[in-house]
Design a protein around this ligand. Structure first.
Ligand code: NAP
Length: 331
């Protein structure tokens, strides 16, 4: 039996995780989206690079940040085979171009959909989707589907969606997914986009599991990164118990994770053989999260619970069909 991360905890670092799961990284072609320095995508990529992947592709919208990430990775692991691809999740044309470039590089084994935005002001992507739904859900959905024919040729294909405990803030708004009625709520919208990514993993597992695909979603933890760049004073006030007076995260609370700890669940999701038998799982701290009980209110700040609405098979199928319509696709 290959090594697993069943003993990993909240404190396990990404480096410890790749040390354990190294055999599942060596010789494989892996894509990580959103690996900007200072984020958990970067730490995920950095750790993977130390374990001899056949090819590691960093995909993001800024060539300057990609170059910096690649240079930093090569400083630590000079022999790593690292390439970059421009991917702007704001534009489905960019997603299509990136998918072509990623596929042209060879037989893909693992796709890690990490990139996202959080609590952005109301806006629309180039294709007219509400920013968070379009960036965090629609674009990764399309990227994944475009790469599937390639991925499914792998011996152990895997797709990972870095979701969030924030999924607890919003179910899918079936009657107005784009907030066109003018009642935009950035927290609820982030929640909707992250619920959608969990449902996406679930449906991919169901639809393509028999062809060998494993699809997993996860909450990485609460980690001080650049994700909070759109937070305003009022947002910080609502979360004030987690911050020091100067606005920095209060790391002594046991709530936050460091960046090395924050990439661990992504590594586990991508390389742990356990999920082949628990396809469609939602992970927190590298383990399957318990499901909310019917009628149970999830206390604010509870990380380790999957909301019932993100575990709903009918919603997963309905969302898939709706996304086909919204993108004029037929996956
Ligand atoms: N940090 C946390 O506490 C936390 C908690 C729960 C879930 N998460 C999830 O973890 C993942 C990584 O977040 P992080 O905390 O590491 O934040 P981050 O440092 O802001 O990283 C997000 C990445 O996504 C990229 N990105 C954003 N919009 C994009 C677009 N339109 N096209 C392509 N790339 C885009 C960013 O690129 P730029 O640098 O160019 O903006 C960056 O590389 C996200 O899915 C987030 O929702 C994080």
């Amino acid at each position: 039996m290959a090594a697993t991360g069943d003993k990993f905890t909240k404190q396990t670092t990404a480096q410890e995780a790749v040390d354990t799961l190294a055999d599942n990284i060596k010789g494989r072609y892996i894509v990580v989206t959103g690996p900007s320095p200072g984020g958990i995508g970067y730490e995920t990529a950095r750790a993977i690079a130390t374990k001899e992947p056949k090819l590691l592709v960093l995909a993001a919208r800024s060539q300057a940040k990609l170059d910096q990430a690649k240079a930093d990775i090569l400083k630590e692991t000079p022999n790593a085979n690292v390439e970059t691809v421009i991917l702007d999740l704001d534009s489905l044309a960019s997603v299509r171009q990136a998918a072509k470039e990623i596929s042209a590089k060879g037989q893909l084994d693992v796709l890690i959909n990490n990139a996202a935005v959080m609590m952005t002001p109301y806006g629309k992507t180039s294709d007219g989707f509400e920013t968070q739904f379009g960036t965090n859900y629609i674009a990764p959905w399309l990227l994944t589907n475009l790469l599937l024919p390639n991925l499914l040729k792998s011996a152990h294909p895997r797709v990972v969606f870095v979701s969030s405990m924030g999924h607890q803030f919003g179910d899918i708004r079936w009657d107005d997914i784009d907030y066109s009625k003018g009642d935009y709520d950035k927290t609820n919208s982030y929640g909707q986009s992250k619920t959608a990514s969990i449902l996406n993993a679930k449906y991919l597992a169901k639809k393509f599991g028999s062809q060998g695909l494993t699809a997993v979603a996860l909450h990485p933890g609460a980690i001080p990164t650049n994700l909070g760049r759109h937070l305003e004073e009022g947002d910080i006030a609502a979360l004030s118990s987690f911050f020091n007076e100067d606005g920095t995260p209060n790391m002594s609370l046991g709530f936050w994770k460091s960046i090395p700890e924050g990439a661990t669940t992504t590594i586990t999701a991508a390389f742990d053989p356990r999920w082949e038998k628990q396809n469609g799982a939602y992970l927190v701290n590298s383990q399957v999260a318990p499901l909310q009980k019917a009628g149970e209110e999830i206390p604010y700040g509870t990380e380790n619970i999957l909301a019932l609405w993100a575990d709903d098979d009918k919603s997963a199928e309905r969302l898939w069909e709706l996304t086909n319509k919204l993108t004029n696709e037929n996956f």
